[in-house]
Every structure is written in structure tokens, then in C-alpha cells.
Design a protein around this ligand. Structure first.
Ligand SMILES: C[S@@+](CC[C@H](N)C(=O)[O-])C[C@H]1O[C@@H](n2cnc3c(N)ncnc32)[C@H](O)[C@@H]1O
Length: 245
């Protein structure tokens, strides 16, 4: 990751994330699961939007968000009636405390290496009570969504401080199962303020199921969109409701 000193801080980037990612259909899907569960763990909670909304909607049980990003958690912490923990998924050491764990906005794809994926799923399984659910979505590799992550598809946005910006993506490398890309935040005049590099893992449904089976889950429900439609070769999303067994 490259951040040009003083140009666009981590706190600015976290605030911009919320501007770029307003409430969407997938969030209704996750919220329905959250509101139906007593104790809820949001893995990769980012700025905390989902658990904020759950409290606002009247959730009275335990809500806990975990994320390694300090600036995102600073935003999350504006609500003090939710537990916020700065950690990576694989570092969590909960023991059978939650009825639901979820990962919204394709956060599941941040588990890139085999070890990180396995250790994270193991920690999520350990956090759940027997019969608890793990709900997450990932981008279907067959849809090759990264092919649209190109500068000509940039988003023009006005950030939280009223600055007119352009956010563009550029893929650097595609390997079997991973995509490495940059996100560039620039002024509309083209002055680059910040560049972040990320790698995401793309697993197909069979690979997801094998990882889940190896870590103590069975797949209870599988969808290809946020309306609970079936997974087909044309689906852009793989939506999974797994059960801790
Ligand atoms: C695409 S964002 C999704 C944030 C939030 N779930 C949402 O719906 O807006 C992915 C999040 O995963 C977090 N993350 C990255 N590596 C992680 C890890 N190893 N364990 C848990 N979270 C991680 C990032 O800091 C980031 O906040």
C-alpha cells in the first residue's frame, strides 16, 4: 500500500469507504440474519455500519465487531453499545459464544493464503455455539468481476469533507484464485492522493464447501443473489449460510 504523506489519511479513507458503500440489498440480507440472532459476531466489521443499524433497529442482544483496521474501528466506536475488537479473524479466541457470525461486503475474500483461510474459519467455528450460523457472500470467480476494475470505470464521488474525487481500480495480477489490484484516490484534476494495494481470493462453491467441511461447518443454504435466488453459472455472488456442527 502506498499512502502519500498527509494527502489522504487512513481516517479519510475509512470515511470515504462509507460514502462509496451506502446501504444496499445485500445489507438487508445480512440484517435479517442479525436481527433473528441473540449473540452476533461481525467478522471484518469495517466501520461498523451493520451493527450500528442492528442496534438502531432495536437488537437487544450481544453485538461484537472484529476488524484489524484501526481507522475503520475509530468510526465504528461512535456507538459504545457494541463491542469493538481490533484483531484479525485468525486471532480471535472466542469459545462457543455466538449464534451468528457473518462477513458482509465480500470480506471473506480477504483470507488469501491457505493458512489464513483455515485459521480464520477455525476461529469463527470456535466462536459459534453448536448449530450456530456463519453467513457470508463472495464474488463468484466465474463472473470475472475484476475485469471491470479498470480506470475507465472510475467512480466520481464527493467525500465527507466535500472534496470532489475520482476513485479508480487497476488490476495488477490475476493468479489461480487471487486478484491483486490497486485503488487510487485522486482529485478530479488527476492529482493522486492515495494508492492502496489489495489482494482478494476468489473461491468457487466447491472450494468454499471443502474449506467449510474441513473446519466444522455444513452448508445449510446456498444462493446466487441477495433475493435468495439459486446459484447458477451466471451468478455474480455465492451466498452461503453454513451451520456449525
Ligand atoms: C470490504 S471491507 C468490509 C467491511 C464491512 N464488513 C462492510 O460490510 O462494510 C473488508 C474488511 O475486512 C477487514 N479485514 C482485512 N483482513 C482481515 C482479517 N484477516 N480478519 C478480519 N477482517 C479483516 C478489513 O480491514 C476491512 O474492514
Amino acid at each position: 500500500m502506498v499512502t502519500l504523506p498527509g494527502m489522504y489519511s487512513d481516517d479519510d479513507a475509512a470515511a470515504l469507504y462509507d460514502v462509496l458503500n451506502p446501504w444496499a440489498l445485500c445489507d438487508d440480507f445480512y440484517l435479517s440474519h442479525v436481527m433473528a440472532a441473540e449473540a452476533v459476531l461481525d467478522v471484518g466489521c469495517g466501520t461498523g455500519m451493520m451493527l450500528h443499524r442492528a442496534r438502531q433497529e432495536g437488537h437487544t442482544g450481544r453485538l461484537c465487531g472484529v476488524d484489524p483496521d484501526t481507522a475503520s474501528l475509530r468510526r465504528a466506536r461512535v456507538r459504545e453499545d457494541v463491542e469493538w475488537i481490533e484483531d484479525r479473524a485468525e486471532g480471535m479466541d472466542f469459545e462457543a459464544e455466538f449464534d451468528l457470525a457473518f462477513m458482509a461486503s465480500n470480506a471473506f475474500q480477504v483470507f488469501v493464503s491457505e493458512a489464513e483461510l483455515r485459521e480464520s474459519l477455525t476461529a469463527i467455528r470456535a466462536a459459534l455455539r453448536e448449530g450456530g450460523s456463519f453467513v457470508f457472500g463472495t464474488r463468484a470467480p466465474s463472473a470475472r468481476g475484476w475485469e471491470r476494475w479498470r480506470p475507465e470505470n472510475a467512480t466520481e464521488v464527493v467525500d465527507h469533507r466535500g472534496r470532489a474525487l475520482r476513485v479508480e481500480h487497476r488490476v495488477e495480477e490475476v493468479t489461480a484464485g487471487t486478484v491483486t489490484f490497486t485503488e487510487t484516490i485522486a482529485t478530479r484534476e488527476g492529482e493522486v492522493l492515495r494508492v492502496d494495494r489489495s489482494t482478494l481470493r476468489f473461491l468457487n462453491a466447491d472450494e468454499i464447501d471443502a474449506q467449510l467441511a474441513a473446519t466444522g461447518f455444513t452448508v445449510a443454504e446456498r444462493y446466487g443473489d441477495w433475493h435468495r435466488g439459486p446459484l447458477t453459472p451466471a451468478s455474480h455472488n455465492i451466498v452461503t449460510v453454513a451451520r456449525a456442527v
